[in-house]
Design a binder for this molecule. Structure first.
Ligand SMILES: NC(=O)c1ccc[n+]([C@@H]2O[C@H](COP(=O)([O-])OP(=O)(O)OC[C@H]3O[C@@H](n4cnc5c(N)ncnc54)[C@H](O)[C@@H]3O)[C@@H](O)[C@H]2O)c1
Length: 261
């Protein structure tokens, strides 16, 4: 263990894994972390998309790899971890961002969808964290940021099981933050509000989708839906030198849409 890591300092040019980094928020995080000097491993079900993001980073002079990974499958996660460590070195930062949503009122929902949502949003986050923690402990430091949702904090019509999966992450992160604090590992949560990504496009494509999005936009004090870069900025903060003494916290990034404690 180096004394710099045990005090929460960020090593020079650390390696950071971003799950679900092929599009939307994850892609914005990958580009931002590369700009901040990190070596970036993009893990995503979408192999072409993750490779495209990694190529974009390499074209700009950064270090990056794009890997095919299903976070719901432990063997796939372990294989992505091995390739990442052999190509970019030990992982200091994890952004557990891969997510799945299936919109439906709970009374109309299909139990097959419950399992799919929990497998990616909850079990997937557990797999990637469990796979990467031992090397962070060994190194004497690390950072983990879980991407949850404001749906976990305040509920969201049509997202009952999604909200359940994202709420579970809040309890998990607070517990892990306690367990790992003495190992120099900080663990925090970012809860995006409505953000302009594929996930929101699935709302837009529904019959009354445009109306829902207009109403949502009107309700946001800052008057606009978030851009992926707005969320990436908050995640980058938790991975920055300045956040070394912050752990177990939940940050809503929603233009003021939700302000509960
Ligand atoms: N967009 C929003 O309004 C919003 C709001 C709150 C929270 N979030 C959360 O932000 C995160 C990113 O979502 P986004 O909005 O950028 O959507 P997105 O659909 O653009 O990105 C999600 C990414 O996760 C990947 N993915 C899905 N299942 C996977 C799996 N099993 N293994 C690996 N990768 C997988 C997808 O291929 C995709 O690239 C998600 O966790 C989502 O729940 C989004």
């Amino acid at each position: 263990m180096t004394s710099s890591q045990s005090t929460g300092q960020r090593p020079t040019n650390p390696t950071v894994v971003i799950t679900g980094g092929a599009s939307g928020i994850g892609r914005a995080v990958a580009l931002r972390m590369a700009r901040d000097g990190c070596a970036v491993a993009v893990w995503d079900l979408n192999r072409e998309g993750s490779e495209a993001v990694a190529s974009e980073i390499r074209a700009g002079g950064g270090r990056a790899i794009g890997l095919s990974c299903d976070v719901a499958d432990r063997a796939s996660v372990d294989s992505a971890r091995s390739r990442t460590v052999s190509e970019l070195g030990p992982v200091w930062g994890l952004v557990s961002n891969a997510g799945l949503d299936r919109l439906s009122l709970f009374k109309d929902s299909d139990p097959a969808d419950w399992r799919a949502i929990l497998d990616v949003n909850l079990i997937g986050a557990l797999h990637v964290t469990h796979a990467l923690l031992p090397q962070m402990v060994e190194a004497g430091g690390g950072r983990i940021v879980c991407v949850s949702s404001d749906a976990a904090r305040v509920g969201s019509t049509g997202e009952g099981v999604y909200a359940a999966s994202k709420s579970a992450l809040l309890g998990f992160v607070k517990t892990l933050a306690r367990e790992m604090a003495r190992n120099g590992i900080a663990v925090n949560v970012v809860c995006p509000g409505p953000t302009d990504t594929n996930l929101l496009a699935s709302v837009r494509s529904r019959s009354n989708g445009e109306r829902i999005i207009e109403a949502m936009t009107r309700a946001i004090p800052m008057g606009r839906i978030a851009r992926p870069e707005d969320i990436a900025g908050a995640i980058a903060f938790f991975l920055s030198e300045d956040a070394g003494y912050i752990t177990g916290q939940v940050l809503s990034v929603s233009g003021g849409l939700t302000m509960v404690g």
